[in-house]
Design a protein around this ligand. Structure first.
Ligand code: C5P
Ligand code: MG
Length: 225
């Protein structure tokens, strides 16, 4: 990737795509709220493409020769937000690759999970990539998220699923990410789901709320010969 100040989010003055070409739904919620779990379910029932900002950052961090690897590693360990130009570029690249691969298919629909975690990311993405349709927000109290993260930490191998990093990530979520939810809320672009119950129950509420916004599962038709 080119230097940070040369990336699209920093230089482009209009959006790459229009919401008529591609649907983007942001998926937010504190660490451990269940974003990834719900996204996996939505992918199989709705035909969404799932992009996790955190996963893309970890991938870039581990890519041999990445000029941003060391920087990303330090931010993730501290639970702070990586400079938005990098994350927006990784998302843009991943969207392009998916669209290229599926050229000619139906209108692409993306769930972008764990993004935007900061107002500058939200503004840069909507300005230079594509405006989102709405944000799916998984609301969960910290004690529940903490328990889930500690459990996940036993097997995830993630450098940030430990008590010290978790505390920092909670603080960043409240101070830096909630303002994004609040701003979208004012635009009536937040779909809030309670995320305390079991994954199946949370998913039922998710489906009901998506339906209210006109988004329905895809029904596969099997044709008998
Ligand atoms: O979403 P996830 O928990 O996988 O994110 C892990 C870390 O990646 C975050 O704590 C943060 O350091 C970084 N991140 C970021 N910007 C995003 C998403 C993740 O800086 N939009
Ligand atoms: Mg995740």
């Amino acid at each position: 990737m080119p230097a940070i100040e040369k990336l699209g989010a920093a230089t482009r003055t209009s959006s790459l795509w229009s919401p008529d070409d591609v649907t983007v739904i942001f998926v937010l919620g504190g660490p451990g709220a269940g974003k990834g779990t719900q996204c996996a379910k939505l992918v199989s029932d709705y035909g969404f493409r799932h992009l996790s900002a955190g996963d893309l950052l970890r991938e870039e961090q581990n890519r041999p020769g990445s000029e941003f690897g060391e920087m990303i590693k330090a931010y993730i360990k501290e639970g702070t937000i990586v400079p938005m130009e990098v994350t927006v570029q990784l998302l843009e690249n991943a969207m392009k690759a998916t669209m290229e691969k599926e050229k000619g298919n139906n209108k692409p629909m993306f769930l972008i999970d764990g993004f935007p975690r900061k107002l500058d990311q939200a503004h840069a993405f909507e300005r230079s990539v594509v405006p989102s349709r709405f944000t799916l927000f998984y609301d969960c109290p910290e004690n529940v998220m903490e328990e889930r993260l500690i459990n996940r930490g036993k097997t995830s191998g993630r450098a940030d699923d430990n008590m010290e990093s978790i505390r920092k990530r909670f603080r960043v979520f409240v101070e830096t990410s909630m303002p994004v939810v609040d701003e979208f809320e004012k635009q009536d672009k937040v779909v809030k789901v309670e995320a305390v119950k079991s994954p199946e129950e949370v998913y039922e509420e998710t489906k009901a709320k998506l339906k209210e916004r006109g988004i329905e599962p895809i029904h596969l038709v099997f044709v008998k010969n």
